[in-house]
Design a protein around this ligand. Sequence first.
Ligand code: HEM
Length: 416
Amino acid sequence: MTEKWHEKKISRRSMLKMTGIGAAGAIIGASGFGGVMKVMSDEPLIKEDNASSINKYDFYNTHQPGIITPVQTHIYFASLTILFKDAKTLQNVLQLWTPMIVSLMNGEEITPSTNGYIPPIDTGEAIGLDARHCTVTVGISASLFNKIPELESKQPKELQDLPHFPKDQLDPAYTGGDICIQACADDPQVAFHAVRNLVRVASGKVEVHWAQAGFNSFPKGGGTPRNLFAFKDGTENPQITDKEDLKRVVWVQPGESKAWLTNGTYLAVRRIQMHLETWDRTAFHEQENTFGRHRDSGAPLGSKREFDQVDITAKDENGELLMPETSHVHLAKKVKARMLRRSYSYASGTMTKTGAHDAGLLFISFQKHPQQFIDIQNSFGRLDKLNEYITHRGSALFACFPGVEKGSYLGEALFK
Ligand code: HEM
C-alpha cells in the first residue's frame, strides 16, 4: 500500500452541498461504524486517481470500470439487499462508496487509522499489495425500485426480473438482490477486500444476499482463458477498443432508456453449475460437438484457428453441417443479438445432497438492453446440447450506472 495520498481537501460546507456525504456520515454513523463516518463527515475528501499507483485502472471515466476493462484473474461478486426505503439513503450510500472505490482502485488504504480506540477504518488485508488492477462496478435492480416508491418514475421499463427460462432451476439463495458490487482484480484478496469494506461501511443499510468468488487463468503470454470444461471461453466478443461497436452492443445511448442510464449498461449474472462428473464421462468428439468448436485450438469446427470466422451454415464433404444445429455456438450465433461476456469460473465445495462438485461458471454479460440476453438464452432453450451438462442455479439483472466525473458520485443522475 502506498502512503502517498491523492486527495483534495475541500470545505465541509461545499462538500455537503455537492454530495451530501456529511448526511451519509450521520446516518450510517448511527449504525455503529463511527470511525469511517467521523472521517467522512468531519474531514470530507474527494479522492483522485493516483497516476503513480502500480497496476492501476482509473476510476473516473465515461463508463464504470470492470466492463470493457481487460478481464482480471479474480472476481468477488456480491448481490446486496437494501434495508431502507428512501432515495436519500441510497444516495448517501453511493456518495459514501464513491471515494472509497477510488482508494480501492488506487490500491491505497481507504483511510489510514490514527485512532487506536476505534476499529481500523480499512480492514487492512490488502496492505502491502498494489492495486492489482482492481475494478469495482455497481448496479441496481428492479427490486430496488420496488422498495423505493419515490424512484418509481426513474425505473427503466426494460429493467424487470429476467423471465423464467426452460430448464432453469434457480435457487433463491443465489437469485436476485437490489444492488450488485462486482469487484475484479488480479488477486483474490484484493477483490474480496473491496466488497468487504464497501458492505461494512454501509452496515445497517445493506446486507449481502448472495456472493460468489470466481477465477480465470490465462495462458502464458495471454489469450483466452479456459472454462472448467477446458474450452476457451470469451473468444467471440466485441472488441473493447471498437467504440462504435460498443455503442451498438453495450452502452446505453442518449434517448434509449432513462437519462440516468446513458453510458451505463445492463449486467446479467447467472450462477451456472457445470456437471463436471458427467462431462468427464463424455467422449471428446461429443464434447467438441457440444460447443461447436475444437477444444484445444478454440477454432470453429472444421477450422484451424481460434479467431477464424464462424459460419454456422458451413458443411463437410457429405453435406453435414460442420457445427451441429444444437451446438452452443450455433444457437448463440443464430440470433442477431450480441453481448459482451465477462465470466469467471467458480468452485465452491460440493453439493450437499449429491456430493457432486459445486463448480461452474459465474456467467456475466453486459448489454445495453436485457432483451439481448433474453434472446440468446431463449435460442438455447431446450435445444442447447450444453443443457445436459449444466444447470442454471442463480440469476439476477442489474442496471449499471454510467461512469463518474471527478467531483461527482456514482448514480448522481438518478437523483436529479
Ligand atoms: C456454463 C455455461 C456456459 C458455458 C460453459 C459456455 C461456454 C461457451 C464457449 C466455450 C463458447 C465458445 C467460445 C467463445 O466464443 O467464447 C461460448 C460462446 C458463446 N456463449 Fe456461452 N457458455 C455458457 C453459457 C452461456 C450463456 C448463459 C449465454 C447467454 C445467454 C452464452 C452466450 C454465448 C455467446 C453469445 C457465445 C458466442 C457465440 C458466437 O460465436 O457468436 N453462453 N460459450
